[in-house]
Design a binder for this molecule. Structure first.
Ligand SMILES: Cc1cc2nc3c(=O)[nH]c(=O)nc-3n(C[C@H](O)[C@H](O)[C@H](O)COP(=O)(O)OP(=O)(O)OC[C@H]3O[C@@H](n4cnc5c(N)ncnc54)[C@H](O)[C@@H]3O)c2cc1C
Length: 505
């Protein structure tokens, strides 16, 4: 009876290291690992020991007999990956070399800015070094970044990764300062006087804007804002979202767009027992939104969502997912995602519905005082318009075209990629081409907003390896102050958002 990796896989590779027969692929040392949409168990070599089940932080692995009907597609997805992949495997999973730290009078002290996945994986790695100390500075009153303020509330298993982060947080070498914003409450210089190094794990907090006429009308909102609203982020919790219209349009078709479409169409009672913000749940209970159109500029073969998320959306109870046959006609054959799209109904019928639309580029938002309709131009499947337009009536427009990093005052910033320039995690000043001493990056601010929670693990391990090399080579000056010298006065969030991330009922 083989085990099966399901939708909530966060790709951190824990199962790979636990598996005694190396039947889970791709492995973190494989170039495909960073691009993989999930990990896959080979049913022909799985020995059914269950070691991967215990290792998985988000309960994504199940014996195939325990799959729900909505998860059954994953049996084939796991098996097919191995059938098509067909590469020779090493007999055992790779063992990562431990960090080697040269003895120094002063044990390593590192400040980490942010407490999302990248920060927590970096802390975990540093704390494998004897006597090392980590101080985490997080601007919000609660830790773990997008695991709390991004991951959809109904993705309960994915959110369980925070239990693993709780475990890291309990390490005696780690001190967490919540409600402290670096750049506002304390400075980069202050952190560097009290630590050997500072790692920035600040994520990508803003969006790429949609620059078309009318995009600033009331009723147009970015995915970052809407997601933060339903997850109770203190900066967005007080927002009012107008859900009094029948139809909403989402521009962009990545996993975040799918999350939003699902949250807006699900039976609100299915969300009642989640960590959704109480105000968002109340708004969804009176919502009149019944139909979501997800519009993408290119064809279905370029869909940005991943296969596991499409499988999950197609299995959502009470919601019909549809795609027009004419949108699929020109798409190539053979891809599992396209195969699944071809199996969807051509029209949604009645009830709550989500339509996946393709080859439509937004051109104008229409409305006098608020969004009333979106004008889209048909494209040829690339990014070129055909001159033919289509107008879709809608009262809510959500732009979901990508998250983006924001600059930090003390550090260089690449405005094109929205990242901090770096070489393998060492921050580089582009004006001199030199490393900024003692300054490192991990996660989305290092690589851009791509990959899953677990992708940040390898990313953080690589940066920490560079940091330790610099420490061993005496390239990091000894701190001259104690970490207690850093200003950690409580920020105002605590008072303003006492109910943040509490259960809805
Ligand atoms: C809407 C959404 C849903 C997602 N769902 C999934 C999913 O279901 N499964 C999955 O595997 N991946 C998911 N992801 C991807 C995953 O969340 C990211 O890979 C991951 O969170 C990136 O980690 P990070 O640490 O780089 O950034 P973040 O998680 O954004 O963490 C950055 C942290 O830094 C803090 N910070 C920022 N600036 C400062 C400052 N100046 N001082 C102090 N603190 C600061 C922020 O408050 C935040 O806590 C999702 C992403 C989004 C946007």
């Amino acid at each position: 009876m083989p085990h099966v990796v399901t939708q909530s896989c966060v790709g951190d590779g824990s199962c790979v290291f636990a598996c005694p027969v190396n039947c889970i692929q791709p492995t973190p040392d494989d170039p495909m690992f960073e691009l993989a949409e999930m990990l896959h168990i080979d049913p022909t070599t799985c020995v059914d020991c269950g070691a991967c089940v215990s290792a998985c932080p988000v309960d994504a692995i199940k014996p195939h007999t325990l799959l729900t009907p909505g998860e059954e597609a994953f049996t084939l997805i796991n098996a097919e990956y191995h059938r098509h992949d067909g590469r020779q495997r090493a007999p055992l999973a790779p063992v990562r070399p431990r960090l080697h730290v040269r003895d120094r009078a002063e044990p390593l002290r590192v400040a980490i800015v942010g407490s999302g996945p990248a920060a927590m994986y970096a802390a975990e790695e540093i704390l494998t070094i004897p006597d090392a100390r980590v101080s985490v500075y997080e601007r919000l009153p609660v830790p773990y970044g997008l695991v709390r303020s991004g991951v959809a509330p109904d993705h309960r298993r994915t959110r369980r990764v925070s239990r693993q982060f709780d475990h890291i947080r309990r390490h005696t070498g780690l001190t967490m300062h919540l409600g402290v914003e670096v750049g506002r409450d304390t400075t980069h210089e202050q952190l560097l006087t009290a630590h050997h190094a500072v790692i920035y794990a600040v994520g990508a907090a803003t969006d790429r804007p949609l620059q078309i006429p009318g995009a600033d009308l009331p009723g147009a909102i970015s995915a970052t804002q809407l997601v933060a609203w339903y997850n109770g982020h203190p900066a967005h919790a007080g927002r009012t979202i107008d859900l009094s219209h029948r139809r909403a349009v989402i521009i962009g078709n990545g996993n975040v767009a799918l999350d939003i479409a699902r949250i807006l169409t699900l039976d609100p009672e299915a969300l009642a027992d989640t960590e959704i913000a109480p105000a968002a749940l109340a708004a969804l209970r009176t919502s009149r939104v019944e139909e979501i159109v997800i519009a993408a500029r290119r064809g279905p073969e370029h869909s940005a969502f991943t296969l596991p998320e499409l499988v999950g959306l197609a299995a959502t109870a009470g919601v019909t997912l549809s795609v027009r046959p004419e949108d699929l006609a020109a798409a190539p054959a053979g891809d599992k995602k396209l195969e699944l799209l071809r199996g969807l109904p051509p029209t949604a019928g009645t009830g709550r519905q989500i339509q996946l639309r393709y080859r439509l580029a937004p051109r104008r938002v229409l409305g006098s005082d608020a969004v009333e309709a979106i004008e889209l131009e048909r494209t040829d499947g690339t990014l070129t318009g055909t001159g033919l337009t289509e107008t879709i009536d809608a009262g809510l427009l959500v732009t979901s075209i990508g998250y983006r990093g924001a600059p930090l005052s003390a550090l260089p910033f690449d405005a094109t990629t929205g990242t901090i320039p770096n070489d393998g995690g060492r921050v580089v000043d582009p004006s001199t081409g030199r490393d900024v001493p003692g300054t490192y990056v991990v996660g989305w601010i290092k690589r851009g907003p791509t990959g899953f929670i677990g992708t940040n693990k390898i990313c953080s391990q690589n940066t920490v390896a560079a940091l330790v090399n610099d420490y061993n080579a005496d390239r990091l000056p000894n701190p001259i102050a104690a970490p207690t010298a850093v200003d950690t006065r409580p920020a105002t969030w605590r008072a303003r958002a006492p109910r943040m991330f509490t259960r809805a009922r």
